[in-house]
Design a binder for this molecule. Structure first.
Ligand code: PLP
Length: 376
C-alpha cells in the first residue's frame, strides 16, 4: 500500500506535495503516501460513473457505518441516529464551541497539541487556557483539576493525542470524566486518530466511559486512517439528549457543507475497510520500528517516545538547536520537510514532528539526509 515511487507521489496535487520544492522529501503535512483502500476506490468510481456528484445526504448510511465500526473495533455501542455529519473535525469542534461558550468563557487544551486547537476556541470567540501534558506526555490530572475548579466551559481532548502519539488510558479518561462532572465542564473529544491505534495500545472511546455521555461529545472521522482529508467528512457523536440538543441548534446550513464524496468514502471505509486498515496498522508498526532503529543508529542526539498511535513521531531535537533551528537545519540543508515543534505550543521548541506514513525507502532516505546534516 506504500508502493508508489517518489516520481508517482510527486504527481499528487494535495498539500503535502505542494508545500515544498521538488527536492525536499515532505514529511510534515499529515497525509499518508498510501494507495486508497479498494472499497473506497470502488465507491468513488461508482459515484463518478453515475455522475453522482450532488450534495451529501449522510444519514442513515453514515450513522450505520460508524456504529458498526465502533462496535467491531472498540466494543462501543452507539446509536446510529445520534450522529451528525460535518465537513471536517475542525468545523465540528468550532460549531460545538460556538454552542458551548460565551465570549468570556474559557476553553482548556493540553499542549503540545495539534496547532488548530489553539485557534478553534478563538474562532468560536472564547478564551484559551493551556494545561500542558506532563513531562512524559500524559494528561496532567492534578493541573486539570486546578484549571477545572475555575469553571472553564469546555476541555478539548485529543484522544489519541497528536503530536505525541499518546493513547489515553481508560483510567485517565475515567478520572477526566469525574473532574468534568464535578466542575461542570463539557469535554469535546477529538477522536480522529482512534482507528490508528498501533499494536501494544488499546483505544478507549471517551463516550464509552460510564457517566461520560452527559458531559461529553466526540468528533470522529475516517479521514486520517483512510487518507481522505480532502473529501471533507467527519461526524459528531452524542450519547445523551442534552448533548444532541446542542447539535440540533447548529445553523441549518452546517449540514450542507459536508462533502458528498467524503460521506461515500467514509461509509465504504467504515463498512468494508477493516482488512485494509489491519494491513495499514501492520505497516505503520513496522515503520515505527524502522524509525526507532534509524534514530538509534543515525541520529543518536534525537530523542523520542515511540507513539502508541498515529503515523506521527514527536522528535526531541533539543541537542540540535533552539526553537525551530532543528527544523530549519533539516529543511535547508537536509532537504527534509518536517513540522516545526513550536506550532504545537511553547513546549514544542526544539522538537519536530515527522510523518512516517510512507514507504520504508522514503523513511530510510529521509533519516539518512537528516543524519548527514547532524553528523559531527
Ligand atoms: C487531532 C487532529 N484533529 C483534527 C485534524 C484535522 O481534521 P479535519 O481535516 O477533519 O479538520 C487533524 C489532522 O491532522 C488532527 O491531527
Amino acid at each position: 500500500m506504500f508502493d508508489d515511487s517518489l516520481e508517482t507521489l510527486r504527481k499528487r496535487r494535495s498539500a503535502k506535495w505542494r508545500t515544498y520544492p521538488a527536492d525536499v522529501l515532505p514529511l510534515a503535512v499529515a497525509e499518508m503516501d498510501c494507495s486508497l483502500a479498494p472499497p473506497i476506490t470502488a465507491a468513488l468510481r461508482e459515484a463518478v460513473d453515475a455522475a453522482d456528484t450532488g450534495y451529501s445526504a449522510a444519514q442513515p448510511d453514515l450513522g450505520a457505518a460508524i456504529a458498526g465500526f465502533a462496535a467491531r473495533r472498540w466494543g462501543w455501542e452507539l446509536d446510529p441516529a445520534a450522529i451528525t455529519a460535518v465537513a471536517d473535525v475542525g468545523v465540528g469542534v468550532v460549531e460545538l464551541l460556538r454552542m458551548l461558550t460565551r465570549p468570556a468563557d474559557a476553553v482548556v487544551i493540553s499542549p503540545p497539541v495539534y496547532p488548530p486547537f489553539f485557534q478553534w476556541p478563538v474562532e468560536a470567540g472564547a478564551q484559551l487556557r493551556e494545561v500542558p501534558l506532563t513531562a512524559d506526555f500524559r494528561l496532567d490530572l492534578p493541573a486539570l483539576e486546578a484549571a477545572f475548579a475555575a469553571h472553564p466551559a469546555v476541555y478539548v481532548l485529543c484522544n489519541p493525542h497528536n503530536p505525541v502519539g499518546r493513547v489515553h488510558t481508560h483510567d485517565e479518561l475515567a478520572a477526566l470524566v469525574r473532574l468534568a462532572r464535578l466542575y461542570g465542564v463539557t469535554i469535546v473529544s477529538d477522536e480522529i486518530h482512534a482507528p490508528l491505534v498501533l499494536p501494544g495500545a488499546e483505544f478507549t472511546p471517551l463516550l464509552s466511559i460510564p457517566g461520560a455521555a452527559q458531559v461529553a461529545v466526540s468528533v470522529v472521522s475516517a479521514s486520517k486512517a483512510f487518507n481522505l482529508a480532502g473529501l471533507k467528512c467527519a461526524a459528531i457523536v452524542t450519547g445523551d439528549p442534552a448533548m444532541a440538543a446542542l447539535v440540533e441548534r447548529f445553523p441549518h446550513d452546517v449540514r450542507w457543507r459536508t462533502g458528498h464524496f467524503g460521506v461515500l468514502a467514509t461509509v465504504a471505509a467504515f463498512t468494508e475497510g477493516d482488512a485494509w486498515l489491519d494491513e495499514l496498522l501492520t505497516e505503520l508498526d513496522a515503520r515505527r520500528a524502522e524509525l526507532g532503529e534509524h534514530l538509534r543508529t543515525r541520529l543518536p542526539k534525537v530523542g523520542w517516545l515511540p507513539p502508541e498511535a498515529t503515523y506521527l513521531a514527536w522528535l526531541d531535537c533539543r541537542a540540535l538547536g533552539e526553537d525551530d533551528e532543528p527544523r530549519e537545519l533539516f529543511l535547508s540543508q537536509g532537504r527534509v520537510g518536517l513540522e516545526p515543534g513550536t506550532r504545537f505550543g511553547a513546549r514544542g521548541a526544539s522538537y519536530v514532528r515527522l510523518n512516517f506514513g510512507t514507504s520504508a525507502d522514503i523513511l530510510d532516505e529521509a533519516t539518512a539526509r537528516m543524519a548527514r546534516v547532524t553528523a559531527g
